[in-house]
Write a protein that binds this ligand. Sequence first.
Ligand code: 5GP
Ligand code: ZN
Length: 107
Amino acid sequence: MENCVFCRIIRGELPSEQVYADANVIAFHDIHPKAPVHVLVVPKEHAAKFSDYPGDESGERKLGSLFAAVNRVARQLGLDGYRIVVNVGEKGGQEVFHVHVHIMGGW
Ligand code: 5GP
Ligand code: ZN
């Protein structure tokens, strides 16, 4: 997606404070942190919203790799306890329309 902010970060066109990457996912610090540690875990494949993932095996694979990465990133960050949040759609408070999971902790 040409003008999607997170696709541009994934392509390296915009800078980010990256903490993790694998074949499917990258993670970087949120530019406006709402917690002492606030990291976004972002699938490399563009999808606008969590609710766009299909309910079939392909959706299950995508969600599996995303949430397995969330678990690894939180562990790598050494977080003892944390919150994970996915804002879905405008009415769910979503501002960037590329799927992402917030990890917030470090309190
Ligand atoms: P949403 O409300 O869509 O779930 O959250 C989007 C998050 O992305 C916000 O917390 C916001 O601070 C963060 N964000 C927006 N643009 C950028 C950016 O260019 N770089 C980084 N690192 N974070 C961003
Ligand atoms: Zn995107």
